[in-house]
Design a protein around this ligand. Structure first.
Ligand SMILES: Nc1ncnc2c1ncn2[C@@H]1O[C@H](COP(=O)(O)OP(=O)(O)O)[C@@H](O)[C@H]1O
Ligand SMILES: [Mg+2]
Length: 280
C-alpha cells in the first residue's frame, strides 16, 4: 500500500484513525533496543469506541502517543481523519486525557476548561459559553468556580475530560483516565463517558488495564501482547452500540461472556473459534 504524504482522497479518508504497519523501536543504550510495537495495524471508524488492553509494557501508551503525534513511528504510517498524525495535531482534531488529570491548580474549573480555547484565540464570551456547556455535560455546574484541590479525584478527572472536549474533537485519546479512581467512582465515570460519547459522537481510543471497563465501554477490544508489542487479537463486543449502553449491562449474561473472552485472550493463545474474534 502506498504511503503517500499529501491529502489524497483514498478509501481511508473517513476513518478516524488508520495505523498502518507501525513499529516503534527505542534505543535504550548502545547496541540495545526495545521493540515497543512491532508491525501494528489498526483502523478506528468515526464514532467507534476501541479499547487497548494488555499487560504492562506491551506498547499501549506508545501506540496512543504515536496517534497523538507525541512521538513518531520507526516505520509505518498513521493517519487521523485521512491526514498525517502531525497535521491532525496541528488542526486539533482530537482531545487527550491521561491518568493524571493534569489541571492547573491556580485556575478554577472554568479556567481549566477554557485554557485550550484561550490558547487558540477564542474570545472571552465564546469561551465562557463553551465552558458552561461542558461543565453541565460532565455534571459539575455547582463547582464551576472551585479550584482543583477542592474537588475529588473523580471530579478532577471529569474536568480533564471536559477540557479534552473543549474544541469539539471527533476523536478522544485516553490513557487509563480512570486508573487512579476507586471502583465505584470508576463505574460512574464509565457511565458518564458512555453518555458523553453518545452526545458528541466522538471516536475514542481508550487504554485500560481493566477487562470489565474495556468491555463495558467498547465496540472493539484490542488485546496486545508484549516483547515485541503486537496485537494478539481483536474482539468485537456485540452488546449493542457502545454509546447506548446502560447500567443494566453490567449484570448482563453477554457482558460476562465478553469479559471471560477477553480474559482468555489476555492470558492465553487466541481462543480458536471464539465468537466475534478476528485474529490477525
Ligand atoms: N521513551 C522510551 N524509551 C525507552 N523505552 C521506552 C520508552 N517508552 C516506552 N518504552 C518501552 O516500550 C515498551 C512499551 O511501553 P509502553 O507503551 O509504555 O507500555 P504500556 O503502556 O503498555 O505499559 C516498554 O518496554 C517500555 O519500557
Ligand atoms: Mg501505559
Amino acid at each position: 500500500m502506498s504511503q503517500g504524504r499529501g491529502f489524497s482522497v483514498n478509501q481511508d479518508v473517513n476513518d478516524a484513525v488508520v495505523v498502518r504497519d507501525v513499529s516503534r523501536v527505542f534505543e535504550v543504550r548502545k547496541g540495545a533496543s526495545v521493540t515497543a510495537l512491532d508491525d501494528v495495524s489498526l483502523t478506528v471508524a468515526p464514532g467507534e469506541f476501541v479499547s487497548l488492553i494488555g499487560r504492562s509494557g506491551c506498547g499501549k501508551s506508545t501506540l496512543l502517543r504515536l496517534i497523538a503525534d507525541l512521538d513518531t513511528p520507526t516505520s509505518g504510517s498513521i493517519e487521523v481523519f485521512g491526514k498525517p498524525a502531525r497535521q491532525a495535531r496541528i488542526d486539533q482534531d482530537y482531545g487527550i486525557a491521561f491518568q493524571q488529570a493534569g489541571l492547573l491548580p491556580w485556575r478554577t474549573v472554568t479556567g481549566n476548561i477554557e485554557l485550550p480555547l484561550e490558547l487558540h484565540g477564542v474570545g472571552t464570551a465564546a469561551r465562557r459559553a463553551r465552558a458552561a456547556e461542558l461543565i453541565e455535560l460532565v455534571g459539575l455546574t455547582e463547582f464551576a468556580r472551585s479550584y482543583p484541590d477542592q474537588l475529588s479525584g473523580g471530579m478532577q478527572q471529569r474536568v480533564a475530560i471536559a477540557r479534552a472536549l473543549a474544541e469539539r474533537p471527533s476523536l478522544l485519546l485516553m490513557d487509563e483516565p480512570f486508573g487512579a479512581l476507586d471502583e465505584m467512582t470508576r463505574e460512574r465515570m464509565q457511565d458518564e463517558l458512555v453518555r458523553i460519547c453518545a452526545e458528541t459522537n466522538a471516536a475514542v481510543v481508550f487504554v485500560t488495564h481493566s477487562i470489565p471497563e474495556a468491555v463495558f465501554l467498547s465496540d472493539r477490544v484490542v488485546v496486545l501482547e508484549p516483547r515485541p508489542g503486537r496485537i494478539r487479537s481483536v474482539l468485537s463486543v456485540n452488546l449493542g452500540r457502545a454509546a447506548a449502553r446502560g447500567e443494566d449491562l453490567r449484570e448482563d449474561e453477554g457482558f460476562f461472556q465478553s469479559v471471560s473472552q477477553v480474559r482468555e485472550l489476555l492470558h492465553g493463545a487466541p481462543a480458536a473459534g471464539a465468537r466475534g474474534v478476528e485474529t490477525r
